[in-house]
Design a protein around this ligand. Sequence first.
Ligand SMILES: Nc1ncnc2c1ncn2[C@@H]1O[C@H](COP(=O)(O)OP(=O)(O)O)[C@@H](O)[C@H]1O
Ligand SMILES: [Mg+2]
Length: 234
Amino acid sequence: MSQNVKNVMAEARKEGRKKLLEHESMALLEAYGIPLAPYFFIKDETEVELAAKKVGFPAVLKVVSPDIVHKSDVGGVIIGISDIAGMKEAVGKIKENVKKNQPDAKIVGFLAQKMLPKGGVEVIVGGIRDPVFDATVMFGLGGIFVEIFRDVSFRIAPITENEALEMINEIKSRKLLEGYRGDTPKDKKAIAEIIVKAGKLLYENKEIKEMDINPVIAYDKGAYAVDARFILSV
Ligand SMILES: Nc1ncnc2c1ncn2[C@@H]1O[C@H](COP(=O)(O)OP(=O)(O)O)[C@@H](O)[C@H]1O
Ligand SMILES: [Mg+2]
């Protein structure tokens, strides 16, 4: 286990938190070699210049809070930020939104992220610790495909790249990854590599109870995680 992973887990335990913070989740993915949108954690608007230097524009700003599960549901995600003034404004706007929609939530800071280009397909790599099968990984397409159609596939970790490709090819909505209506086919190998690495992450870190990498944005070349939620059991 890398030092980074140990530090993240120790910090959460020390603070008695079951949910990892956004930048902690990103650090975990990074430690397992999962490609990410560049990110930088800031505590408030005084650090916006630094964040801009680290991630560039266009950027996305997200609330970081131990109490918020679905950030966009409370107005905690602002995309399409094009300059420093816009990022400062986004800090204020997110604070306002959270105050209105979830007044008791504690804001510990903000995650600035490079905004990935349009033209990708959003997929989900999830995971649970099953009492019988232990680390179990789920794959599906983002949005309605998982939430309404339950069009998902499962494998028990550790997962080989071939098994990961099977998971991708098993779902009905895979056609959306294969060049639907003139769209370019998406990089299944890159998605499969993320599934394998996420499986390893869940398999090796027994204190993780739930994992939800949602979304991973898949392009014709490459796939990148932009959001992840980890729930610990201790
Ligand atoms: N870095 C990014 N680049 C492009 N789109 C993004 C990025 N981050 C988030 N999004 C979009 O915003 C949505 C919500 O952001 P996300 O971080 O997943 O928050 P949450 O799931 O907590 O609401 C994502 O599903 C994606 O469509
Ligand atoms: Mg998300």
